[in-house]
Design a protein around this ligand. Structure first.
Ligand SMILES: *Cc1c(COP(=O)(O)O)cnc(C)c1O
Length: 350
Protein backbone atom coordinates (compact mmCIF):
# COMPACT_ATOMS: atom_id res chain seq x y z
CA UNK A 1 0.00 0.00 0.00
CA UNK A 2 1.20 3.51 -0.81
CA UNK A 3 1.11 5.75 2.21
CA UNK A 4 2.10 9.37 2.26
CA UNK A 5 4.68 8.98 4.97
CA UNK A 6 5.38 12.70 5.29
CA UNK A 7 1.71 13.29 6.17
CA UNK A 8 2.13 11.00 9.17
CA UNK A 9 5.34 12.59 10.44
CA UNK A 10 5.25 15.25 13.18
CA UNK A 11 5.68 18.75 11.75
CA UNK A 12 8.71 19.58 13.92
CA UNK A 13 10.45 16.42 12.69
CA UNK A 14 9.64 17.20 9.05
CA UNK A 15 11.37 20.56 9.35
CA UNK A 16 14.15 19.42 11.69
CA UNK A 17 17.66 20.40 10.73
CA UNK A 18 19.67 17.39 11.97
CA UNK A 19 22.76 17.87 14.12
CA UNK A 20 25.81 17.75 11.93
CA UNK A 21 28.75 15.99 13.54
CA UNK A 22 32.40 16.19 12.52
CA UNK A 23 32.17 12.65 11.16
CA UNK A 24 29.23 13.27 8.90
CA UNK A 25 30.57 16.52 7.51
CA UNK A 26 33.83 14.89 6.40
CA UNK A 27 33.25 11.49 4.82
CA UNK A 28 36.49 10.66 2.99
CA UNK A 29 39.78 9.22 4.23
CA UNK A 30 42.47 11.61 5.50
CA UNK A 31 45.87 11.20 7.12
CA UNK A 32 45.35 13.83 9.81
CA UNK A 33 42.10 14.10 11.78
CA UNK A 34 41.87 17.34 13.72
CA UNK A 35 38.13 17.82 13.41
CA UNK A 36 36.58 16.05 16.41
CA UNK A 37 38.71 16.94 19.47
CA UNK A 38 39.65 13.29 19.98
CA UNK A 39 42.72 12.03 21.83
CA UNK A 40 45.31 11.63 19.04
CA UNK A 41 47.40 9.00 20.90
CA UNK A 42 44.93 6.17 21.41
CA UNK A 43 43.11 4.62 24.36
CA UNK A 44 44.56 3.43 27.71
CA UNK A 45 43.58 -0.10 26.69
CA UNK A 46 44.93 -2.86 24.44
CA UNK A 47 42.64 -1.67 21.61
CA UNK A 48 42.12 1.80 20.15
CA UNK A 49 38.74 3.43 20.64
CA UNK A 50 39.81 7.06 20.50
CA UNK A 51 38.02 7.81 17.22
CA UNK A 52 34.27 8.44 17.00
CA UNK A 53 32.32 5.65 15.29
CA UNK A 54 30.70 5.85 11.85
CA UNK A 55 27.45 7.78 12.41
CA UNK A 56 25.78 6.02 9.48
CA UNK A 57 27.01 2.53 10.50
CA UNK A 58 27.36 1.96 6.80
CA UNK A 59 29.18 -1.39 6.77
CA UNK A 60 26.58 -3.06 8.96
CA UNK A 61 23.71 -1.64 6.93
CA UNK A 62 25.25 -2.78 3.67
CA UNK A 63 25.78 -6.29 4.99
CA UNK A 64 22.26 -6.58 6.43
CA UNK A 65 20.76 -5.16 3.24
CA UNK A 66 22.66 -7.68 1.11
CA UNK A 67 21.61 -10.57 3.37
CA UNK A 68 17.97 -9.55 2.90
CA UNK A 69 18.10 -8.56 -0.79
CA UNK A 70 17.46 -4.91 0.09
CA UNK A 71 19.24 -1.61 -0.43
CA UNK A 72 21.23 -0.05 2.45
CA UNK A 73 18.80 2.89 2.56
CA UNK A 74 16.07 0.44 3.62
CA UNK A 75 17.97 -0.57 6.77
CA UNK A 76 19.20 1.15 9.91
CA UNK A 77 20.54 0.12 13.28
CA UNK A 78 19.38 1.13 16.73
CA UNK A 79 21.02 0.81 20.14
CA UNK A 80 18.84 -2.26 20.61
CA UNK A 81 15.41 -2.38 19.02
CA UNK A 82 14.19 -0.68 22.19
CA UNK A 83 15.80 2.49 20.87
CA UNK A 84 14.09 2.06 17.50
CA UNK A 85 10.69 1.67 19.20
CA UNK A 86 11.26 5.00 20.95
CA UNK A 87 12.46 6.68 17.76
CA UNK A 88 9.44 5.49 15.76
CA UNK A 89 7.08 6.91 18.39
CA UNK A 90 8.94 10.22 18.41
CA UNK A 91 8.85 10.56 14.62
CA UNK A 92 5.12 9.93 14.21
CA UNK A 93 3.33 10.74 17.47
CA UNK A 94 2.70 14.26 18.77
CA UNK A 95 3.06 14.24 22.58
CA UNK A 96 -0.20 14.96 24.39
CA UNK A 97 -2.26 14.32 21.28
CA UNK A 98 -1.48 11.17 19.32
CA UNK A 99 -1.52 7.54 20.34
CA UNK A 100 -0.16 4.12 19.48
CA UNK A 101 -2.20 0.92 19.28
CA UNK A 102 -1.08 -2.28 20.98
CA UNK A 103 -2.75 -5.70 21.32
CA UNK A 104 -2.01 -6.97 24.85
CA UNK A 105 -0.71 -9.29 26.12
CA UNK A 106 2.40 -8.20 24.25
CA UNK A 107 5.87 -6.69 24.72
CA UNK A 108 5.58 -3.96 27.36
CA UNK A 109 8.22 -1.67 25.90
CA UNK A 110 5.80 -0.20 23.32
CA UNK A 111 3.60 1.09 26.12
CA UNK A 112 6.52 2.31 28.22
CA UNK A 113 8.12 4.18 25.32
CA UNK A 114 4.77 5.82 24.53
CA UNK A 115 4.28 6.84 28.17
CA UNK A 116 7.76 8.40 28.32
CA UNK A 117 6.87 10.45 25.26
CA UNK A 118 3.44 11.49 26.63
CA UNK A 119 1.83 9.55 23.81
CA UNK A 120 -1.44 7.69 24.41
CA UNK A 121 -1.82 3.92 24.24
CA UNK A 122 -4.98 2.36 22.86
CA UNK A 123 -5.25 -1.29 23.83
CA UNK A 124 -7.22 -3.46 21.44
CA UNK A 125 -7.55 -6.93 22.84
CA UNK A 126 -6.91 -9.88 20.55
CA UNK A 127 -9.03 -13.04 20.24
CA UNK A 128 -8.62 -16.05 22.56
CA UNK A 129 -5.70 -17.36 20.49
CA UNK A 130 -3.92 -14.01 20.92
CA UNK A 131 -4.55 -13.06 17.29
CA UNK A 132 -5.12 -9.31 16.80
CA UNK A 133 -8.57 -8.58 15.36
CA UNK A 134 -8.30 -6.11 12.44
CA UNK A 135 -12.02 -5.15 12.58
CA UNK A 136 -11.64 -4.12 16.23
CA UNK A 137 -8.47 -2.17 15.47
CA UNK A 138 -9.99 -0.36 12.50
CA UNK A 139 -13.17 0.42 14.42
CA UNK A 140 -11.25 1.97 17.31
CA UNK A 141 -8.52 3.74 15.32
CA UNK A 142 -8.75 7.51 14.85
CA UNK A 143 -6.65 10.02 12.92
CA UNK A 144 -4.54 10.28 16.10
CA UNK A 145 -3.70 6.54 15.99
CA UNK A 146 -0.39 6.95 14.21
CA UNK A 147 1.35 3.62 14.84
CA UNK A 148 0.25 0.07 15.58
CA UNK A 149 2.76 -2.32 17.14
CA UNK A 150 2.39 -5.99 16.23
CA UNK A 151 4.78 -8.59 17.59
CA UNK A 152 5.22 -11.87 15.70
CA UNK A 153 6.13 -14.27 17.21
CA UNK A 154 4.56 -12.44 20.11
CA UNK A 155 6.30 -11.96 23.44
CA UNK A 156 5.18 -13.31 25.94
CA UNK A 157 2.54 -15.59 24.38
CA UNK A 158 4.85 -17.20 21.81
CA UNK A 159 2.38 -17.38 18.91
CA UNK A 160 2.92 -15.91 15.47
CA UNK A 161 0.36 -13.50 14.09
CA UNK A 162 -1.49 -14.94 11.08
CA UNK A 163 -0.19 -13.46 7.81
CA UNK A 164 -3.70 -12.49 6.63
CA UNK A 165 -4.16 -10.37 9.76
CA UNK A 166 -0.87 -8.55 9.19
CA UNK A 167 -1.83 -8.02 5.55
CA UNK A 168 -5.28 -6.70 6.49
CA UNK A 169 -3.78 -4.14 8.82
CA UNK A 170 -1.09 -3.12 6.34
CA UNK A 171 -3.78 -2.48 3.76
CA UNK A 172 -6.46 -0.85 5.90
CA UNK A 173 -4.78 0.87 8.85
CA UNK A 174 -4.08 4.52 8.06
CA UNK A 175 -0.84 4.76 10.04
CA UNK A 176 2.45 2.95 10.39
CA UNK A 177 2.45 -0.81 11.06
CA UNK A 178 5.45 -1.88 13.12
CA UNK A 179 6.03 -5.61 13.00
CA UNK A 180 8.42 -6.66 15.74
CA UNK A 181 10.21 -9.82 14.58
CA UNK A 182 12.58 -10.18 17.55
CA UNK A 183 11.93 -13.96 17.52
CA UNK A 184 11.64 -14.51 13.76
CA UNK A 185 14.56 -16.97 13.69
CA UNK A 186 12.54 -19.42 15.78
CA UNK A 187 9.34 -19.01 13.81
CA UNK A 188 7.67 -21.32 11.31
CA UNK A 189 6.60 -18.15 9.48
CA UNK A 190 8.80 -16.26 7.01
CA UNK A 191 9.93 -12.70 7.75
CA UNK A 192 7.95 -9.80 6.30
CA UNK A 193 11.18 -8.09 5.24
CA UNK A 194 10.64 -9.52 1.75
CA UNK A 195 7.28 -7.66 1.55
CA UNK A 196 8.73 -4.18 2.16
CA UNK A 197 8.47 -3.06 -1.45
CA UNK A 198 4.70 -3.69 -1.31
CA UNK A 199 3.96 -1.63 1.81
CA UNK A 200 5.32 1.87 2.41
CA UNK A 201 3.79 1.86 5.91
CA UNK A 202 5.57 -1.31 7.11
CA UNK A 203 8.49 -1.19 9.54
CA UNK A 204 10.01 -4.56 10.41
CA UNK A 205 12.06 -4.64 13.60
CA UNK A 206 14.60 -7.35 14.26
CA UNK A 207 17.36 -7.62 16.83
CA UNK A 208 20.72 -9.27 17.32
CA UNK A 209 19.86 -9.78 21.01
CA UNK A 210 18.04 -13.11 20.78
CA UNK A 211 18.99 -15.75 18.18
CA UNK A 212 22.19 -13.89 17.29
CA UNK A 213 23.41 -14.02 20.90
CA UNK A 214 24.53 -10.38 21.09
CA UNK A 215 22.18 -8.88 23.69
CA UNK A 216 25.13 -7.18 25.38
CA UNK A 217 26.16 -5.29 22.24
CA UNK A 218 22.76 -3.58 21.77
CA UNK A 219 22.10 -3.96 18.06
CA UNK A 220 18.51 -3.59 16.88
CA UNK A 221 17.56 -3.44 13.22
CA UNK A 222 14.80 -1.58 11.38
CA UNK A 223 13.84 -2.45 7.81
CA UNK A 224 11.52 0.05 6.15
CA UNK A 225 10.82 2.40 3.25
CA UNK A 226 13.85 4.67 2.60
CA UNK A 227 11.80 7.73 3.67
CA UNK A 228 11.15 6.16 7.08
CA UNK A 229 14.77 5.11 7.49
CA UNK A 230 15.82 8.64 6.58
CA UNK A 231 13.70 10.09 9.40
CA UNK A 232 15.22 7.66 11.90
CA UNK A 233 18.71 8.64 10.72
CA UNK A 234 17.84 12.32 11.10
CA UNK A 235 16.54 12.16 14.66
CA UNK A 236 18.96 9.60 16.13
CA UNK A 237 21.84 10.55 18.40
CA UNK A 238 24.83 10.92 16.06
CA UNK A 239 26.96 8.16 17.61
CA UNK A 240 24.28 5.79 18.89
CA UNK A 241 26.02 2.61 17.72
CA UNK A 242 29.50 2.38 19.26
CA UNK A 243 32.45 1.15 17.25
CA UNK A 244 32.85 -2.12 19.18
CA UNK A 245 29.23 -3.07 18.51
CA UNK A 246 29.55 -2.11 14.86
CA UNK A 247 32.66 -4.22 14.39
CA UNK A 248 31.54 -7.28 16.37
CA UNK A 249 28.07 -7.14 14.85
CA UNK A 250 29.61 -7.28 11.40
CA UNK A 251 31.90 -10.18 12.41
CA UNK A 252 28.94 -12.10 13.85
CA UNK A 253 26.98 -11.78 10.61
CA UNK A 254 29.69 -13.86 8.93
CA UNK A 255 28.88 -16.75 11.24
CA UNK A 256 25.27 -17.39 10.36
CA UNK A 257 25.88 -21.19 10.31
CA UNK A 258 26.59 -21.19 14.04
CA UNK A 259 23.41 -19.24 14.70
CA UNK A 260 21.34 -21.60 12.55
CA UNK A 261 22.79 -24.60 14.35
CA UNK A 262 21.86 -23.14 17.75
CA UNK A 263 18.44 -22.31 16.40
CA UNK A 264 17.89 -25.93 15.37
CA UNK A 265 19.01 -27.16 18.79
CA UNK A 266 16.72 -24.69 20.54
CA UNK A 267 13.77 -25.78 18.39
CA UNK A 268 14.43 -29.44 19.28
CA UNK A 269 14.70 -28.55 22.95
CA UNK A 270 11.50 -26.52 22.70
CA UNK A 271 9.61 -29.58 21.47
CA UNK A 272 11.11 -31.71 24.22
CA UNK A 273 10.23 -29.12 26.87
CA UNK A 274 6.66 -28.72 25.60
CA UNK A 275 6.24 -32.49 25.73
CA UNK A 276 7.61 -32.67 29.27
CA UNK A 277 5.30 -29.83 30.39
CA UNK A 278 2.29 -31.66 28.93
CA UNK A 279 3.02 -34.59 31.23
CA UNK A 280 3.07 -32.51 34.42
CA UNK A 281 -0.41 -32.62 35.97
CA UNK A 282 -0.51 -29.18 37.57
CA UNK A 283 0.44 -27.44 34.31
CA UNK A 284 -3.00 -26.54 33.02
CA UNK A 285 -1.98 -25.24 29.64
CA UNK A 286 1.08 -25.28 27.42
CA UNK A 287 0.62 -22.53 24.87
CA UNK A 288 1.76 -23.26 21.29
CA UNK A 289 5.28 -21.85 20.92
CA UNK A 290 6.81 -20.31 17.81
CA UNK A 291 9.69 -18.56 19.63
CA UNK A 292 12.55 -19.55 21.97
CA UNK A 293 10.31 -19.63 25.02
CA UNK A 294 7.15 -21.38 26.15
CA UNK A 295 4.24 -19.89 28.04
CA UNK A 296 2.50 -22.16 30.53
CA UNK A 297 -0.47 -21.70 32.85
CA UNK A 298 -0.45 -23.29 36.28
CA UNK A 299 -2.74 -23.16 39.34
CA UNK A 300 -0.56 -20.79 41.32
CA UNK A 301 2.21 -19.08 39.36
CA UNK A 302 3.47 -16.98 42.26
CA UNK A 303 4.22 -20.00 44.48
CA UNK A 304 5.80 -22.01 41.67
CA UNK A 305 7.88 -19.01 40.67
CA UNK A 306 9.10 -18.67 44.27
CA UNK A 307 9.87 -22.39 44.48
CA UNK A 308 11.98 -22.33 41.30
CA UNK A 309 13.66 -19.15 42.50
CA UNK A 310 14.76 -20.95 45.69
CA UNK A 311 16.23 -23.71 43.53
CA UNK A 312 18.24 -21.10 41.65
CA UNK A 313 16.09 -21.09 38.52
CA UNK A 314 14.59 -17.82 37.30
CA UNK A 315 11.63 -17.80 34.94
CA UNK A 316 9.31 -14.89 34.17
CA UNK A 317 5.98 -14.51 35.91
CA UNK A 318 3.54 -12.97 33.41
CA UNK A 319 0.53 -12.88 35.75
CA UNK A 320 0.30 -9.08 35.61
CA UNK A 321 -0.31 -9.12 31.85
CA UNK A 322 -3.83 -8.96 30.44
CA UNK A 323 -5.33 -12.46 30.16
CA UNK A 324 -2.24 -14.18 31.58
CA UNK A 325 -3.13 -14.84 35.21
CA UNK A 326 -0.98 -17.66 36.59
CA UNK A 327 1.16 -17.80 33.48
CA UNK A 328 4.92 -18.27 33.47
CA UNK A 329 7.17 -17.64 30.49
CA UNK A 330 10.10 -20.02 30.30
CA UNK A 331 13.04 -19.45 27.95
CA UNK A 332 14.61 -22.47 26.27
CA UNK A 333 18.05 -23.01 27.77
CA UNK A 334 20.82 -25.50 27.10
CA UNK A 335 19.83 -29.21 27.41
CA UNK A 336 21.43 -29.30 30.90
CA UNK A 337 19.52 -26.23 32.05
CA UNK A 338 16.28 -27.58 30.63
CA UNK A 339 16.74 -30.95 32.37
CA UNK A 340 17.36 -29.15 35.66
CA UNK A 341 14.16 -27.13 35.23
CA UNK A 342 12.05 -30.12 34.26
CA UNK A 343 13.40 -32.11 37.21
CA UNK A 344 12.43 -29.33 39.61
CA UNK A 345 8.99 -29.07 38.02
CA UNK A 346 8.47 -32.83 38.43
CA UNK A 347 9.64 -32.73 42.07
CA UNK A 348 7.41 -29.79 42.89
CA UNK A 349 4.36 -30.68 44.96
CA UNK A 350 1.56 -28.14 44.93
C1 LIG B 1 13.80 -8.77 23.51
C2 LIG B 1 12.82 -8.02 22.69
C3 LIG B 1 13.16 -6.82 22.07
C4 LIG B 1 14.35 -6.03 22.51
O1 LIG B 1 15.41 -6.19 21.75
P1 LIG B 1 16.73 -5.31 21.95
O2 LIG B 1 17.23 -5.26 20.56
O3 LIG B 1 17.59 -6.08 22.89
O4 LIG B 1 16.36 -3.96 22.48
C5 LIG B 1 12.27 -6.23 21.19
N1 LIG B 1 11.06 -6.78 20.98
C6 LIG B 1 10.69 -7.90 21.60
C7 LIG B 1 9.34 -8.45 21.33
C8 LIG B 1 11.54 -8.55 22.48
O5 LIG B 1 11.13 -9.63 23.14
Amino acid sequence: MKTDIENLVRKNILTLKPYSSARNEFKGVASVYLDANENPYGSPLPGSYNRYPDTAHQALRERLAAMNLLQPDQVCIGNGSDELIDQIIRIFCNPGRDEIIVCPPTFKMYETAAAINDVGVKKIYPDEDFQPVPERVLREATTCSKVIFLCSPNNPTGNSVKPEIIEDLLQCFGGIVVLDEAYIHFSSQPSWVSQLSKYDNLIVLQTMSKAWGLAGLRLGIAYAHPAVIDFIMRIKMPYNINSVSQKLGLDALKNVEQVNQWRNEILMERNRMAQAFEDIPYIEKVFPADANFILIRVKDAETLYGHLRKKGIVVRNQSAQYGLRNCLRISIGTPEENIKLIQELINYKE
